[in-house]
Design a protein around this ligand. Structure first.
Ligand code: SF4
Length: 226
């Protein structure tokens, strides 16, 4: 028996997802052009997390799963990426949204700070919500962010301990091509002058990138990227 704790079920509402941020289209959060959904709340609390404002389970917009799936599909991208925050801390509702996205022929990528061992242990203990989100995920990136193991070789992941797991045949060549797939950082300047960053970059690189823009919204860079 593993000494690792089972995945907590913090948001057990099966019908609503706590959404912290919705980005209709990005090429920095997984393969192809994708819609990205950051969820609110994370129990893992990795040292060095770029998104500590997403740890609290207060906040976020409680969004019905049907509305979230419809918004993803309306974005007309190749699929959705769930990150956070911790998607498996609200697996029941996210699984429903993910299944609706898959049913429409789009792909689902899910980041998690839990290890695959912890997730499988939860499944074995009868956690149907965890099983359902795994079943509705095509590509899983699993494991906590470890600040001392920054990953500079693979796209999207924050640290080298994080594991890419193909849960369907949707991305047959992804693992073979991983180290030659470019990592991307997107910087968006809104009409109000606010700067948003997504994709992963080390802080020094972000400082260089944002120098001269006058503002920095650090919390929307995503290292783990759960
Ligand atoms: S890196 Fe991800 S899993 Fe780790 S504390 Fe931050 S949001 Fe949670």
């Amino acid at each position: 028996m593993s000494e690792l704790p089972l995945v907590p079920a913090t948001n057990t509402d099966p019908d609503n997802v706590a959404v912290a941020r919705f980005l209709a289209a990005t090429t920095a959060e997984g393969p192809g052009e994708r819609t990205a959904v950051w969820v609110q709340g994370c129990t893992i609390r990795c040292q060095g997390c770029f998104n500590p404002h997403l740890w609290a389970f207060r906040g976020g917009a409680m969004t019905p799963v049907e509305a979230l799936a419809a918004r993803v599909l309306a974005a007309n991208t190749t699929g959705v990426t769930f990150l956070g925050g911790e998607p498996f801390d609200q697996a029941a509702a996210l699984a429903k949204a993910a299944a609706a996205v898959q049913a429409a022929g789009r792909s689902v990528m899910t980041f998690t700070g839990y290890t695959t061992g912890q997730l499988h242990e939860a499944e074995a203990a009868g956690r149907s919500d965890v099983a359902a989100l795994l079943a509705a995920t095509d590509l899983l990136v699993a494991g906590p962010y470890v600040a001392g193991k920054v990953d500079t070789a693979r796209p999207w992941a924050g640290s080298t301990n994080q594991e890419f797991v193909l849960l369907s045949d949707r991305f047959p060549h992804l693992l073979d091509d991983l180290t030659t797939t470019p990592d991307r950082v997107e910087v968006t300047v809104g009409a109000d002058g606010r700067v948003a960053v997504n994709g992963w970059a080390e802080l020094d690189a972000l400082d260089t990138l944002l120098a001269g823009l006058g503002q920095r919204r650090r919390g929307e860079s995503e290292p783990c990227t759960t």
